[in-house]
Design a binder for this molecule. Structure first.
Ligand code: 1QQ
Length: 383
């Protein structure tokens, strides 16, 4: 009898163990079936670039959550996001992109925040054939670094061209002065874009002054400019320098127009320049007032997630993440080469920026907007 009991006990144990193993195998099998597409976000989260990078991170993280929650990639794939702080210099961005490529083995990279960083970092991605999605680089020459480099951020020449044309034709500005940063790729390109637009619109240049990144006192240059009585001061600056420039110009009793480029589009500029920012104009790729349904859905999800309104940098970073997801989905692969090829095919994709396509040079195609600061908000310029 005891032998029978012992036999039954052993048999029961064996049965339970086998059932447990099968269950464990099943769970493992489920986990193994999921495949992750690792993407890197190389963002300026510290230093000057943080005025843009912190907001970009929010846009990317929101998009990744939406993509994974809706099973958008299909085939049991999910995005896995690795965010690294690329600081605000080219060298810090170059070091960070190497980490993403060699340690994190990313399949695609979003960023870096500044064009001056992209020129140092992107060649490493191109060499390793990892696609890069620039979401805020506006300087000419970004995508010509190689066939793996894309951008969804409108070039400075596009947005500035539209702004100067609107100011000349609708506000009748004739005489202008330049104030621009001479030591940064973005501020130099912005100046060049202003020069081209000024020439095209037949405006008269009264003064041409420069500054360096990190400067805080612009009074000497502004005094020279204001003495010439321009209708508009055309400022090519990152947000950190743009705010004190605006404040100091108003403190010197300048009442004319101040026009900036992409660097002005951070809400930090309004917070820091306060009421002095009223009436400042800047070209942009996105405005919060755009009522296309995809934009409204983005704004509402962003506000729900973070309790604040998105800015242009969040909208572009969110869009760039969705573009990569779309490439993974349509290319049915999370491999860098397949993502690159599928990205190049994207046309008429619905985004918060409007209907989005890449041209043959991997440059963005969608409308640009002129905005003006009214009542502490960026509003569409509509005189
Ligand atoms: C660039 C820019 C900056 C103003 C935004 C991050 O456009 O560096 O290209």
């Amino acid at each position: 009898m005891d032998k029978i009991r012992l036999f039954l006990a052993i048999a029961l144990c064996a049965l339970i163990t086998s059932a447990c193993n099968t269950a464990a195998q099943d769970t493992t099998a489920k986990v193994d079936q999921r495949s992750y597409v690792t993407i890197g976000a190389l963002l300026g989260l510290s230093g000057d670039a943080a005025a843009y990078g912190v907001s970009q991170k929010k846009g990317i993280e929101l998009a990744v959550r939406e993509i994974n929650d809706s099973n958008y990639l299909a085939g049991n794939r999910e995005l896995r996001l690795v965010v690294v702080d690329g600081g605000s210099s080219g060298d810090s961005a170059a070091a960070a992109i190497s980490t993403l490529i060699s340690d994190n083995k990313v399949a695609a990279i979003i960023g870096p925040t500044l064009s001056s960083q992209a020129f140092k970092a992107d060649p490493e991605a191109q060499k390793n054939r990892i696609p890069v999605m620039a979401v805020s680089n506006t300087v000419p020459g970004i995508t010509s670094m190689g066939d793996y480099i894309f951008r969804c951020s409108l070039p400075e020449s596009t947005v500035i061209g539209g702004t100067i044309k609107a100011a000349a034709s609708q506000l009748r500005i004739v005489k202008v002065a330049y104030l621009w940063g001479s030591d940064d790729d973005y501020t130099r390109a912005g100046y060049q874009a202003f020069c081209d637009a000024v020439e095209k619109n037949g405006l008269q240049v009264l003064a041409d002054e420069t500054f360096a990144r990190g400067d805080t006192d612009f009074k000497t240059q502004l005094e020279k400019i204001i003495a010439r009585e321009p209708d508009a001061i055309l400022v090519s600056a990152l947000a950190r320098e743009a705010s004190p420039i605006i404040k100091q110009a108003r403190a010197l009793s300048y009442t004319g127009l101040i026009i900036g480029g992409n660097g002005f589009n951070s809400p930090d500029l309004i917070t820091q320049a306060g009421s002095d920012a009223e009436g400042v104009m800047a070209g942009t790729a996105w405005n919060i007032g755009n009522t296309n349904p995809r934009n409204l859905a983005f704004i509402s999800a962003f506000q729900k997630a973070y309790g604040v309104q998105p800015d242009q940098f969040a909208a572009q970073a969110y869009t760039g993440t969705w573009l990569i997801a779309n490439a993974v989905r349509t290319g049915r692969s999370g491999e860098p080469g397949a993502i690159r090829n599928a990205l190049a095919e994207i046309a008429n994709f619905t985004t918060p920026l409007g209907s989005f396509s890449f041209d043959g040079s991997r440059e963005p195609v969608h409308p640009s907007i002129v905005q003006i600061i009214r009542n502490g908000r960026f509003t569409v310029f509509n005189p």
